[in-house]
Write a protein that binds this ligand. Sequence first.
Ligand code: GN1
Ligand code: MG
Length: 364
Amino acid sequence: MEQEQLKQIVAQFDICGTVSEIKPLGAGLINDTFRVNTAEAKCPDYVLQRVNNNIFPNVEMLMDNILAVTTHLRGKLEAAGAKDIDRKVLRYVKLKDGDKYYWTDGSQYWRIMVFIPNAITKQAVNPESAEAAGRAFGKFQADLADIPVQLGETIVDFHNMEFRLRQLREAVAADAAGRVKEVQFYIDEIEKRADEMCKAERMGREGKLPKRICHCDTKVNNMMFDQNDEVLCVIDLDTVMPNFIFSDYGDFLRTGANTAEEDEPNLTKVSFSMNIFRAFTRGYLASASVFLTPAEVENLPYAAALFPYMQCVRFLADYINGDTYYKIQYPEHNLVRTKNQFKLLQSVEENTPAMKAFIADCLK
Ligand code: GN1
Ligand code: MG
């Protein structure tokens, strides 16, 4: 998109100063993100985002959720007397006209938040930053437990495994891109595990598992760190909604404990790091064990398997559908991601007894 068009969009928002430059930022697979630099030293820079409204159909609800979440987190930080609050929770910018926090021309949806300077985003973590991330996501869930509003489901059934399997089966039946034959091995491996992997949905129906406010996209790169590997701020709040806590625990390990990136084609590099698992779990239990039920704790190793499995199902369904959901850089990209997540799942499965033993030890 042209600078001029982007500047026109920024001009709708009540920002400080004048825009000097706008350039692409980040590595998200769904929204388009830009950094907006301002000319004046007294003004912050900003982050401009186009919300993908094919994937998030109700942007109004999504922004209401985000405003409720950031306001609540800000209140907690103020009550605790925290310093530098604008580095610890996102601040969204209102339109110049009206009180909305997004601008739309009727087909595209845009929003702006204040850029947090000198913060670090990572694609990979070491044990220190994994432990800090565990504490931060546990605290994120704890802090949002008493949010006074009911948050909407921005993507219905987002982490519902039964639903994701139904989508895959529909994709296989339609075979829109003629790719089913080449991926039959993965379909079979997925089906072998399908029943076990839908355990959370069953437990939920039986009243054995609560839904809590979760982040639901706890990829490593959705959190910002300071220079000392401490977590500053949790970002990418589009999917904050009620869910099983497995979402946040499992999805962090899916990226953080993978010894390679989620689209690494060389599968010998892909495995599940028990070092990262131990550090993250230690951190998570330190801040979340106050509210977790025994059933939640007992199933953390299941959650560690569920998320590579679910992501494998989602990438494979998208590949079979002809790449309609995730951004891709080359034609086989979603297939490479599928294979990567399956390899990671196998490594998680090998490590399950060791994970169970570690968690039991932590609780002693
Ligand atoms: C997407 O937007 P991003 O890149 O943080 C996706 C997640 C997937 C992830 C896989 C709304 O997250 O659910 O786990 O890609 N977000 C949505 O990398 O589908
Ligand atoms: Mg992201």
